[in-house]
Design a protein around this ligand. Structure first.
Ligand code: SF4
Length: 319
């Protein structure tokens, strides 16, 4: 089914239990309505349960991560002879071709198979939250740029917006590759994402732009792989309010000759109130969009900063 408003649904991997499949050890699920109903308008989910895939079945014995001789092993909670470490790792290795065809992955937190971080690892009887599920960890090692997030963290507005934004950027990256990679396309891609990068880290964003402009003597395929890694790493940096203020002020600069005094005052006030935490980011952005509709500017129109993902997700309303 196509997504609403002309957006093509983006394929995402997901832990099966999160969409309601009864695959948990006790035959239950952990369906998440926000993921299904809201994000599901724009994402098409490809569910996968690694524990079912390796034949553990339902109901099954629970497993946990145990540190043995410096290696993390997935061992039965009651039956220590049950060791599914290699099977879980292999289940991720076997699925590299479909991991290549998805643009993000939502995983179940705390799971010794699916968790992304802070999964309990036992050393003796003492668990420490220092692990990742073996399936997800292997997938992330194979595809370090793939946006991955836990369902629990999607409850946080900043993490949620950051994840969805990374999915859309990652999808646009692959669309660009599909259309044919050349220096003009890469330069245009960077230009359209530059302000987003500045909102995460202005210095690193500028540095990436400088590197790109002086990289043309290299083979583009070699350079592009490193570019993507840096891009996705910058997008993982927390986008601070002060950085957004800098970007908003930069965008406002394109209007300075065209706005009258009261419009300028209104815009300045809305950015200031955002800076003070009195208004969400969507307010100055909506005002800027309104002015740019009347006073078009090609650079700003092509930038994804003010439209990083569909408005209907309302992700900028909580920032
Ligand atoms: S957390 Fe992962 S392994 Fe556990 S039931 Fe859900 S999909 Fe299966």
């Amino acid at each position: 089914m196509p997504a609403i408003d002309g957006y093509e649904k983006i394929p995402l991997g997901i832990s099966s239990c999160l969409i309601g499949e009864k695959v948990r050890f006790d035959g239950g699920h952990k369906q998440n309505r926000y993921i299904l109903d809201t994000l599901g308008q724009y994402f098409s989910y490809r569910p996968f349960c690694p524990e079912m895939a390796i034949g553990l079945g339902v109901p099954r014995e629970t497993i946990r991560l145990v540190e043995i001789d410096g290696r993390r092993e997935a061992i039965g909670n009651k039956n220590a002879a049950l060791n599914v470490t290699d099977a879980l790792i292999q289940s991720a290795q076997n699925r590299q071709s479909w991991h290549r065809q998805i643009y993000g992955y939502i995983v179940k937190k705390d799971s010794p198979s699916c968790g992304m971080e802070r999964v309990r690892v036992y050393h003796g009887d003492q668990p420490q939250r220092i692990g990742a599920g073996l399936y997800t960890e292997t997938m992330m090692q194979n595809f370090p740029n793939l946006p991955v997030e836990e369902e629990g963290r999607l409850g946080d507005p900043v993490l949620r917006e950051g994840f969805v934004k990374r999915v859309f950027v990652y999808k646009r990256w692959h669309d660009m590759l599909a259309d044919g990679l050349d220096w003009a396309a890469l330069t245009d891609f960077h230009g359209r994402h530059k302000l987003i990068l500045y909102s995460h880290d202005q210095d690193l964003g500028r540095q990436l732009g400088r590197e790109l402009s002086s990289a043309h003597s290299q083979l583009i395929e070699d350079y592009a792989a490193g570019y993507l890694s840096q891009l996705m790493a910058i997008l993982k940096i927390f986008a601070k309010r002060s950085n957004h203020v800098n970007v908003l002020e930069h965008i406002r600069g394109y209007l300075k000759r065209d706005l009258d005094k009261s419009d300028k005052r209104e815009l300045t006030d809305s950015i200031e109130n955002y800076r003070l935490g009195l208004l969400p980011l969507i307010v100055p952005i909506t005002l800027l969009r309104h002015h740019f509709r009347k006073i078009p500017n090609e650079y700003i129109e092509r930038s994804y900063y003010m439209q990083p993902h569909p408005d209907e997700l309302m992700l900028l309303n909580s920032l």
